[in-house]
Design a protein around this ligand. Structure first.
Ligand code: HSE
Length: 400
């Protein structure tokens, strides 16, 4: 019997306990031994819940129990999840987590602690919900030089954008529904302002380039300012709006961004709807591979954690390779990033747009009295300067 402990009995933690129970026989066959949850750590009580008799309120019970070899950390937040994870690793217990805030901030140190103590620190569920993209980066794609990672990495915002477009609803209405359905949190900032996608991009890019990408260095914009006029503008150019997280990894620097983009019909991301995520990984030998799946939700996320638990159970006493160095790569500044831009202007601004952007081809922006045009590739700084000349204009970055 291999014993595990679960820290945090919220949505994901309870999903892990449920999934380990549902697939107990399949898991035992895959591992060659049964995995049992011995403790659940939470400050709350859960009367009548199957986890009631496993509940402890003091982490030291888990830390000091040598029979516990795997710790599932689904607490969220950096503290005390960091202290508990580090203490578990120092005792040689492998840690599996869904906690992207902790991985983005302390992942390098926690992976090092795992290596020093003959155990593993795994975090498949921290990016892309149930999509096994981290395992792919660490195994099948470990021999590739990854040149780009691009994705829809946030299910909540993809759900909001999908419904805003299909039902012509405004952002606050759909956000309220997303909250009622449990996708968006009461304070939705991390999702809707792009912070969640930014941390996930930092984790994936760190793994891909082997150096610690500091999430605060990634220029990030969310979707809270997107309006129906933007959807009409995107549609006029044959596009949908998707919150993309994109990192181009070159020898000299990493160009990363999280922002809403107009994506055309021939883009893979155009067809990714609702809470689904998609991650495109480009390798120098492989070319492009795309991973798609549910990016949020109790059981999808639990599935990814359980995959990590199985890996740890099959590798007791060993460290499963997962690494990035403390050294940071050079990161491109926002002003130097290059995009195409889809711009909407009042008809009265047409001659100014011709003058400042050299725009020649205009089309109906989908809103009465407004025209649209698409720029060539240009740096953000140059775009901002020219855009500031136009009255009452709007824009979307475009991924043509
Ligand atoms: N809040 C995240 C999302 C799920 O909506 O994608 C957890 O990563």
């Amino acid at each position: 019997m291999i014993y595990a402990a679960v820290l945090g009995y919220g949505t994901v933690g309870s999903g892990v306990v449920e999934a380990l129970g549902t697939n107990r026989e399949k898991i035992a066959a895959a591992v060659g031994d049964e995995i049992a949850v011995k403790y659940v750590l939470d400050l709350r009580e859960f009367p009548g819940d199957p986890a009631e008799k496993l509940l402890v309120h003091d982490f030291s019970v888990i830390e000091e129990d040598d029979s516990v070899q795997i710790v599932v950390e689904t607490m969220g937040g950096v503290h005390p999840a960091y202290e508990f994870s580090l203490a578990a690793l120092k005792k040689g217990k492998s840690v599996c987590t869904s906690n992207k805030a902790l991985v983005a901030e302390k992942g390098c140190e926690l992976m090092a602690a795992a290596r020093e103590n003959g155990c593993s620190y795994l975090f498949e569920a921290s990016c892309g919900g149930g999509i096994p993209v981290i395992r792919a980066l660490n195994t099948s794609l470990a021999g590739e030089k990854i040149t780009e990672i691009a994705g829809i990495l946030n299910g909540t915002t993809n759900y909001i954008l999908t419904r805003m477009e299909k039902e012509h609803l405004n952002y606050p209405e759909v956000l309220a529904d997303a909250q009622a359905l449990g996708y968006a949190e009461k304070d939705p900032t991390a999702d809707v302002e792009g912070h969640d996608a930014c941390r996930k991009l930092a984790i994936l890019t760190s793994l891909a380039c082997g150096k610690r990408v500091e999430y605060t260095r990634i220029p990030t914009e969310g979707i809270s300012g997107i309006t129906q006029e933007d959807f009409r503008l995107a549609a006029a150019a044959g596009c949908r709006i998707r919150l993309l997280a994109d990192a181009v990894i070159a020898e000299e620097q990493v160009e990363a961004v999280v922002a809403p983009f107009a994506v055309p019909e021939n883009s893979f991301f155009y067809g990714i709807n609702d809470v689904f995520n998609a991650v495109s990984v480009t390798g120098n030998v492989l070319g492009e591979a795309v991973f798609v799946g549910r990016g949020a939700g109790k059981l999808a996320t639990a599935s990814a954690v359980v995959g990590d638990v199985l890996d740890c159970a099959k590798n007791i006493g060993k460290t499963i390779p997962s690494f990035w160095a403390e050294e940071e790569p050079a990161m491109a500044e926002k002003d130097s990033l290059v995009f195409r831009f889809l711009v909407s202007i009042p008809e009265t601004e047409k001659s100014k747009a011709e003058a400042v952007f050299g725009a020649t081809e205009f089309f109906d922006a989908g809103t009465e009295g407004r025209l649209a045009f698409l720029t060539g590739e240009m740096q953000e700084q140059a775009f901002d300067r020219a855009f500031a000349e136009l009255e009452n204009a709007r824009f979307l970055r475009a991924r043509f």
